[in-house]
Design a protein around this ligand. Structure first.
Ligand code: GMT
Length: 379
């Protein structure tokens, strides 16, 4: 198949899922064209079968707020015709799904199918905001297929958008081979031999509650010799830094910034913290589990489908940093229990979220759509 993928190039989970999906599709013999305003983070070296097409920014005095969606749609038309694409897959509803639908109309001779995958805040915050709601709703109605990354998000999409449309759940996935449990460390050595490593990875937006991460760590550090590694960057980095200073623990908190080396970093972690306000899925939690790292997270949204409370980690109420810290201390001080959780985490990642099982679900969906050409389209 010849597939166009549209996603955000930044270090958010939706861009990661879109990029990994495209790379796996190419491994399986499909041709994949990425269209975005910058190369996605995990596409620095596009493999065979993958191409990247950049949306140009036009400068003109009138265009103070550059109409990115229109430029994106125009670029997609060019790429779709150049590559004879059969399908456009929008990762994150806005502005990708409306742009893809515009392309479908403009390049009608191609009879393009449009798949929209909803990831999280495109349902819970952005897409359902009154400023965008009618557009999101139309885009979902007119997409040839809509998928969500969790059952929670599917129900939330029905609730927010009131669309009578079949929504298919296709879970996010991991490549277990890249997450071999506990190989040698690649981050700076621990300050002491027995020191334990807690880790958080995110885009440091408000929804991730990074200040809570610092607070949880401060309780843990009172009882256990531990350090915290904060991976990523975003609007709330300064708040996290400030909190660490205030609590007098900044010598044990390291901020790495954005990195592609997620798997090797995770191999150095003993526990993963994700105390988010909400998650459509919680890809970072899954990546931790794939590395055999138990997760302590908020009891919300798609996280309930990823983490099994009391088995692969613990889920506590949003903001309950004390309970999360107690869970962390329990795991870090009971070796036998900790080992059980590590094993269960990796097992769950492999049984439910292995890319070998998930990619074929996208392929089957694409094939089903392409079997039904639009009447009189000439395809
Ligand atoms: O975080 C966002 O605002 C959007 C999006 C992104 O691009 O990172 O994240 C969502 O997509 C991920 C991949 O499907 C999910 O694992 C995240 O849970 C989800 N984030 C939120 O719902 C906050």
């Amino acid at each position: 198949m010849r597939i166009g993928i549209i996603c955000y190039p930044t270090h958010g989970g939706s861009g990661v899922v879109a990029t990994e999906l495209g790379k796996h599709l190419a491994e399986r013999g499909h041709e994949v064209a990425f269209i975005s305003y910058a190369a996605p983070l995990r596409l620095s070296h596009p493999p065979a079968g993958v191409s990247f097409h950049e949306v140009e920014v036009v400068e003109y005095p009138l265009l103070q707020n550059f109409p990115h969606t229109l430029a994106l749609a125009s670029k997609m038309v060019t790429v779709a015709r150049m590559k004879d694409l059969q399908l456009l897959h929008a990762h994150y509803a806005l502005p990708f799904a409306p742009a893809a639908l515009l392309v479908k109309q403009i390049a009608s001779e191609l009879d393009l199918k449009v798949v929209t995958t909803l990831h999280g805040t495109d349902v819970t915050e952005v897409g359902s905001h009154p400023a965008f709601l009618p557009v999101t709703r139309l885009a979902l109605k007119q997409s040839d297929a809509v998928t969500t990354v969790s059952h929670f998000l599917k129900e939330e999409a029905y609730r927010q958008f009131q669309v009578e449309k079949e929504i298919e759940v296709i879970y996010n996935f991991v490549d277990l081979d890249r997450h071999q449990a506990h190989p040698p460390s690649c981050v700076p050595p621990r300050d002491s031999p027995g020191q334990r490593t807690l880790m958080h990875i995110s885009n440091f937006r408000a929804v991730k509650r990074v200040v809570d991460v610092i607070e949880i760590f401060s309780y843990v550090a009172e009882e256990v010799d531990a350090r915290l590694i904060m991976v990523g960057d975003g609007p709330d980095t300064c708040h996290a830094l400030q909190k660490a200073l205030e609590l007098g623990i900044s010598d044990r908190v390291r901020f790495t910034g954005v990195t592609e080396e997620v798997e090797s970093l995770l191999r150095t972690a003993d526990l993963f913290l994700l105390p988010s306000q909400l998650e459509g899925f919680g890809l970072a939690a899954l990546e931790a589990m794939a590395s055999g790292v138990p997760v302590i997270a908020s009891d919300v949204g798609g996280l309930r489908e990823v983490v099994r409370h009391g088995e692969t980690g613990f889920l506590e109420g949003v903001g309950d940093t004390k309970a999360m810290a107690e869970d962390a201390i329990t795991l870090l001080t009971d070796h036998a229990l900790y080992e059980k959780f590590c094993e269960a985490a990796r097992k769950r990642a492999s049984e439910l979220f292995d890319y070998h099982d998930i990619i074929p679900q996208y392929e089957a969906l694409y094939e089903r759509l392409l079997k039904n050409p639009t009447p009189n389209s000439g395809k």
